[in-house]
Design a protein around this ligand. Structure first.
Ligand code: C2E
Ligand code: MG
Ligand code: MG
Length: 739
């Protein structure tokens, strides 16, 4: 038994003995007391818990032997020391914790319980949880503390590890999704009160999966680490970066709202992430896409802002990858339509809403049909025809393409098997279908089921299949070859930049993408040179060529001259339903006469948008004819004098201050005070927007910006609308009357 405890025991015995001299000794109480002391003693020794005591001056006068042994310090160095020196709370350590320093608690004679303190032994540090109660003598004079303690070092370390794990991404050391979500929520709540802004960037790597698949997971991990390091170098301490999982990163940039600055930063991030990586001796290049949303403009709550950045990222990927994109409220409509298409697509097959149509591919010399390309069509019960360009990518993404693709193959073979002439039929195959090991079996089943001669079946595949595991593609090619089907390379020239795969890929045919054919006769464009080199490349590799999308007579003449073997396009025929095709084939009309406009006319692809023009207190509706970084051409107001200051409302809270520079009848040339900036999608936008805080200050609830943000502000301003100064004319009705 420790000396001190024994001392206390003896003292009690002496007192009891004195008492018993006055009256009879209570034997039960005595054994009870001894037992209690023994119990505490074994408790102490087992290390289940320790005791401590201090004197009235706050000096430690007792600490369990086992506790002292644990610290590895000599007894004398512990006892007699101020309790506050031995036990340090986090507040004592100056970590900014809300706890009070121990000295304060003890000085105030407070009871303490479950207080976590650091005990240092010189060599090591331990964390103890202590409790203590102040003691007073019968006169109410404070005599010191009596308390208990236990070691919680291990538990605390476990807790910290768990916390670290639950907050940080083990691979890159960046914040993880949980931590980011918490930080973002905290920041946005705080910023809402102080009316500050915060940008959120969502970054996603393009082609990461391919690196992972071809170079292995360790290389993929290494790549992610390097990406994280590059991002950290760019962002520095301007914001917080998180890896949300997979190849998705999120960057929070407090107090950023200038879209000019953000666009530049976004561009730089994409560029730097796209520089080659060295991974275990191999070189790899990936791309990245970026979506940008800014609070409070695009979302007030964390969840809304994250959704907005997500939608922007999605749009960035859709518009060709390697791009940044700002969120705008029209992306929401697009995503709604997409969600609708996605959910309806599930029923399209079952409800027999899909059909295969056929477009002829004719011989360049004779215009006789050689092959028919099967193109899928979806007749939606409410929305009408939905083009494959819209629903095929969705089907690919949600994994429905395999089912749809298998159906398309089977239906095409079935239809083609009934044709009165043995023509070839070409079926489009998406890379997702092709990657599936069971794909050759599906082709085989379609052929066997329909009884078609496999030599009549051609599979159109795009270059995107070459990004994945080439060894696997090769094996699939071999199995398809064995079935006896032909292979065509579709949309050639639009995707992959390397031609080396053509050397050993067994294609029978190359289809020159219509983007090269379109406008190939226009002076000063190099489409002609591209077509000509594709034709000679195909010739050298003994592959046939098809020029896709021939629409006009001058295009027809040129692609023929350049040596394309077969032609396809509206100039001969669009894709038609099987019945219509059958009629023609039955009638033996195998030659297609070209019919189309003489030449390609670059349409003025400018969209004429309706926008607002604010002058005085009035908002006019005008038509935007032309928009550049420095100015705009508008139509719809009569006789606005040169020099008039106006504000152009480009929608979504984008206000551009401008002055009228030229004016002629109902059309004016404006010059902006501040240049517009690239919106990352080939369009332009303003650096700044009407702030939702401004709208809130005008007595409206705080919400993200809608399309008509300015109108909301204007309506809530309450200023009486001044008489309009200019006459507004509706250009559409003027034009229709003229026409
Ligand atoms: P693609 O394989 O390159 O098909 C050619 C596209 O060009 C078709 O569009 C066709 O209608 C269109 N076209 C043909 N001639 C002309 C022309 O002279 N001018 C213009 N402007 N366009 C012309 P469509 O039918 O909308 O199909 C778009 C894409 O959807 C196809 O491009 C193909 O990649 C995909 N697709 C179509 N059907 C299927 C299918 O059954 N399975 C899969 N996986 N993809 C399909
Ligand atoms: Mg095709
Ligand atoms: Mg094509």
């Amino acid at each position: 038994m420790p000396k001190r405890m024994t001392g206390i025991l003896e003292e009690r015995r002496r007192k009891k003995a004195q008492k018993s001299a006055d009256g009879p000794l209570n034997p039960i109480a005595e054994t009870d007391f001894v037992r209690r002391v023994e119990l505490l003693d074994s408790f102490e020794r087992a290390g289940l818990g320790w005791f401590w005591a201090s004197d009235a001056l706050g000096r430690l006068i007792y600490l369990s032997e086992t506790a002292i042994a644990r610290l590895g310090i000599e007894r004398d160095k512990v006892l007699g020391k101020p309790v506050g020196d031995l036990f340090r709370t986090r507040a004592d350590e100056g970590t900014g914790e809300p706890e009070r320093p121990l000295r304060f608690l003890l000085g105030a004679r407070n009871s303490i319980s479950q207080l976590c303190v650091k005990v240092s032994s010189g060599k090591s540090e331990y964390w103890w949880e202590i409790a203590g109660k102040p003691q007073f003598d019968k006169f109410g004079v404070f005599t010191g503390y009596r308390g208990s303690a236990k070691d919680v070092t291990a538990t605390l370390e476990d807790q910290r590890d768990a916390e670290r794990l639950s907050q940080f991404d083990a691979l890159t050391g960046l914040a993880n999704r949980h931590r980011m979500a918490r930080t973002l929520t905290k920041t946005l709540t705080h910023y809402r009160n102080s009316k500050r802004s915060c940008a959120l960037l969502m970054l996603d790597l393009d082609r990461f999966k391919q690196v992972n698949d071809t170079l292995g997971h360790p290389a993929g991990d290494d790549l992610l680490k390097q990406v994280a390091a590059r991002l950290q170098r760019i962002i520095g301490d301007q914001g917080e970066i998180a890896r949300l999982g997979g190849d998705e990163f999120q960057i929070m940039l407090p107090d950023f709202d200038d879209r000019g600055v953000l666009g530049d930063l976004g561009q730089r991030m994409i560029q730097i992430v796209s520089q080659p990586y060295s991974l275990n001796g191999s070189r790899a290049t990936i791309g990245s896409s970026l979506g940008i949303a800014i609070a409070p403009y695009d979302g007030i709550e964390a969840e809304d802002l994250v959704n907005a950045a997500d939608l922007a990222l999605y749009a960035a990927k859709g518009s060709g990858r390697g791009k940044y994109r700002f969120f705008s409220s029209d992306l929401k409509d697009k995503s709604r339509r997409r969600a609708q298409v996605e959910s309806d697509l599930g029923d399209a097959l079952a409800n027999e809403e899909l059909e295969m149509h056929f477009q002829p591919i004719v011989d360049a010399e004779t215009h006789k049909v050689k092959c028919l390309e099967a193109l899928i069509r979806w007749r939606h019960p409410e929305k009408g025809w939905i083009p494959p360009g819209e629903f095929i990518p969705i089907a690919e993404e949600v994994g429905m393409i395999k089912k749809i693709g298998a159906w398309a193959l089977r239906k095409t073979c079935e239809d083609a098997a009934t044709w009165p002439v043995e023509l070839r039929v070409a079926v489009n195959v998406s890379a997702v279908q092709f990657e599936d090991d069971s794909f050759p079996n599906i082709v085989q089943q379609a052929i066997e089921y329909s009884g078609i001669n496999p030599a009549r079946v051609e599979l159109e595949i795009t270059e995107s299949i070459f990004v994945g595991d080439y060894g696997r593609s090769k094996a699939i090619f071999a199995r398809l070859r064995k079935l006896g089907v032909r292979l065509a390379l579709d949309d050639f020239g639009t995707g992959y930049s390397s031609l080396s795969y053509l050397r050993d890929a067994p294609f029978d045919k190359i289809k020159i993408d219509q983007s090269f054919v379109r406008g190939c006769t226009e002076p000063g464009n190099n489409n002609k040179a591209i077509i000509s080199s594709i034709v000679s490349l195909a010739g050298a590799l003994q592959m046939e060529t098809v020029a896709e999308g021939v629409e006009t007579r001058d295009e027809l003449a040129l692609v023929k001259e350049l040596g394309a073997g077969s032609l396809q396009g509206l100039i001969f025929s669009p894709a038609v339903p099987n019945d219509e095709l059958l009629e023609r084939l039955d009638a033996g009309k195998l030659v297609y006469d070209p019919s189309g406009p003489p030449r390609y006319r670059a349409e003025r692809r400018k969209e004429f948008r309706r926008v607002g023009l604010i002058h005085g207190d009035h908002r006019y509706n005008v038509t935007l004819r032309n928009l550049s970084k420095t100015g705009a051409m508008i139509e719809g107001l009569l006789n606005v004098p040169v020099g008039t200051d106006v504000v152009l409302d480009l929608g979504g809270g984008q206000l551009a201050v401008a002055a009228v520079r030229r004016s002629e009848g109902a059309s004016q040339g404006l010059r902006f005070e501040t240049r517009l900036i690239d919106d990352g999608d080939g369009g332009l936008c303003t650096r700044h927007r009407v702030s939702p805080y401004q709208i809130e200050a005008a007595g409206r609830p705080l919400t993200a910006l809608g399309e008509d943000a300015f109108a909301v502000l204007h309506a809530s301003g309450g200023a009486p609308a001044k008489a309009r100064q200019f006459i507004e004319i509706d250009m559409n009705s003027v034009q229709s009357r003229v026409a």
